[in-house]
Design a protein around this ligand. Structure first.
Ligand SMILES: Nc1ncnc2c1ncn2[C@@H]1O[C@H](COP(=O)(O)OP(=O)(O)OP(=O)(O)O)[C@@H](O)[C@H]1O
Length: 534
């Protein structure tokens, strides 16, 4: 570009310099012509002059044209110079871009290398993913196989556990002992502050697991073993599962008796009745009834027809009260005449309480209604131990009479479910006046129970069943041929450790009692319209 501009300059200069001598020559020539004016004719001179003037004019015009051309070329030169500057900038930019391009192409090459390396890696990964996938599929198959095996094994365990329980029950039946289940309730807000639940512990050795309990009192540890120990986290369902077979045997014609023993507030009512309004917290009584009515339904297909009768009583201050009686006056045994509610046992070991209201029932709903009715009638008192302490022994009895139309077989079973009054000692209950009398009466029946247990454990000839209404009512369960289970309920509160120790000691003695082998009441049809209390 620079070269082009230079060339234009040189051309303009040369053109101008080229014309300059001819113009100067013309001027000289004119002067010379003037000198020779005398020689040539005026006309010729004039002619020559005109010619020269014209020539000068044309040369001037030509000069003008050249100068204009020069100006235009100068303009072009300026434009071109500006363009050259632009071009130079562009060249600079282009150089920069070239450099950039170069570095980027370098980068690109590096990236390409990297891409290639990554692609190689990807290829390798793809391969390993494929291998992993294949391995995963194999593992999945293995897991599914193991799961199936586990399910089978679990099923076998459940079956084995059922079988174990059955054998265990059979062994216990053959031994003829009263079975004892211990249940420790969780700590509740009402427990004394600072209670840390460390009073009770549970040994974990294979033979002790789920059966042993240790209680620490004044730094000393006392160990007990029962047929089953339920820790505080055991649900109502967990507990029911363990007694469901026993309940079932009432339908097979056995006398079954389950009672809950323990100090006030230890969880007896919770275990037996549970909390109403919450299906998960239903106790053993409602659950047992549900199971019995369900099984009754399923046994129909085998030709069995059952009739069931319910009675409920409480022993309060050594007095029997009929909880299902609709007449207020006849609710206690001294209501209308002193002969009411006399306890009698027949030769078959069945118990009858005279004049007690017995209601035929066909469904769980009917029994629930009766349970509500009974709970209203129950006497509930207040002591320092438990705001809503039940001060009476509650006895629920379901009599079952079954006939098989196909085999003509007849069975008579009884299910007694008993929630005993609190077993606390007088000094601790803080009772005075009426409450003291109540506590003494409760203690009398519970100490009678203890005496009966002592006598049975020692196999004494005379067992003092008649010393209290409770023991007399329970005579067939404690000394006869029924399947009897006692729950000993324990509070984990450290302030209850003394009472808990007494309860556990008593329960141990109960557990050692042999009451004989349970006898099934089954015979061929000779149907009685009313069953006596078992
Ligand atoms: N296993 C448990 N889980 C949760 N709460 C429980 C459990 N056992 C007992 N409780 C609670 O502890 C409190 C006392 O229980 P409960 O009334 O059953 O004692 P109790 O032994 O029947 O007393 P009483 O001798 O006065 O009848 C209740 O509030 C009950 O809900």
């Amino acid at each position: 570009m620079m070269m082009a501009v230079l060339k234009v300059w040189v051309y303009l200069y040369l053109t101008f310099e080229d014309k300059k001598p001819s113009i100067t020559g013309i001027d000289i020539c004119i002067e010379k012509q003037s000198v020779t004016i005398n020689v040539a004719s005026v006309d010729e001179v004039a002619k020559q002059k005109d010619t020269l003037v014209n020539e000068v004019a044309s040369l001037r015009a030509e000069l003008q044209q050249v100068s204009e051309d020069r100006d235009s070329l100068l303009l072009q030169v300026q434009t071109l110079t500006a363009e050259v500057v632009n071009c130079e900038e562009l060249v600079e930019k282009s150089n920069e871009l070239k450099e950039k391009c170069f570095s980027q192409s370098n980068q690109l090459m590096t990236l390409q290398d990297e891409l290639e390396a990554t692609q190689n890696k990807l290829r390798v990964s793809d391969l390993s993913v494929f291998e992993t996938k294949t391995e995963f599929e194999a593992q999945k198959k293995l897991i599914s196989e193991l799961q199936n095996r586990l399910e089978d094994a679990e099923l076998k365990i459940v079956e084995g556990e059922k079988f174990r329980k059955k054998l265990h029950n059979t062994i216990l039946e053959l031994k003829g002992n009263i079975r004892v289940f211990c249940r420790v309730r969780p700590l509740i807000p009402e427990d004394s502050p600072g209670a840390d639940g460390k009073v009770v512990s549970y040994p974990t050795t294979t033979e002790a697991l789920g059966r042993a309990i240790e209680l620490t009192q004044n730094g000393q540890k006392y160990s007990f073993t029962f047929d089953k120990v339920f820790m505080p986290d055991a649900s109502q369902e967990d507990v029911f599962v363990e007694i469901s077979q026993l309940v079932q045997s009432a339908l097979d014609g056995y006398k079954v008796c389950i009672f809950a023993y323990g100090q006030t507030g230890s969880g007896k009512t919770y275990t037996m009745m549970g909390k109403s309004g919450n299906p998960e917290q239903k106790g053993l009584i409602p659950r047992s009834l549900e199971q019995i009515f369900q099984t009754r339904q399923s046994l129909q297909s085998q030709g069995w027809k059952y009739e069931m009768q319910v009675s409920m009583l409480e022993i309060y201050n050594e007095t029997i009260r009929d909880l299902l009686s609709t007449k207020d006056s006849s609710r206690t045994e001294y209501g209308s005449n002193g002969k009411q509610y006399a306890i009698k046992h027949d030769a078959n070991g069945n118990t009858l309480v005279s004049d007690l209201t017995v209601v035929d029932v066909c469904s769980t709903r009917e029994v629930s209604f009766l349970l509500d009715q009974a709970s209203h009638s129950r006497s509930v008192g207040k002591t320092q131990m438990n705001e809503q302490s039940s001060r009476s022994h509650f006895v629920f009895t379901l009599r079952i009479s079954g006939v098989n139309e196909n085999t003509e077989q007849q069975v008579q079973g009884v299910l007694n479910l008993i929630d005993l009054a609190g077993s606390e000692r007088l000094s601790k209950s803080g009772s005075t006046g009426d409450r003291l009398r109540e506590t003494q009466a409760i203690n009398k029946s519970l100490s009678s129970l203890s005496n009966v247990i002592f006598a049975l454990a020692k196999k004494e000839d005379h067992v003092p069943f008649r010393h209290s209404k409770l023991t007399y009512l329970l005579q067939p369960c404690l000394g006869g041929d029924s399947k009897t289970l006692m729950f000993v309920n324990i509070s984990p509160d450290h302030s209850s450790s003394g009472e808990s120790l007494c309860s556990l000691r008593f329960a141990s003695r109960v557990n050692a009692c042999e009451i004989g082998i349970p006898r099934r009441q089954a015979n061929l049809r000779s149907f009685e319209s009313r069953l006596s209390l078992g």
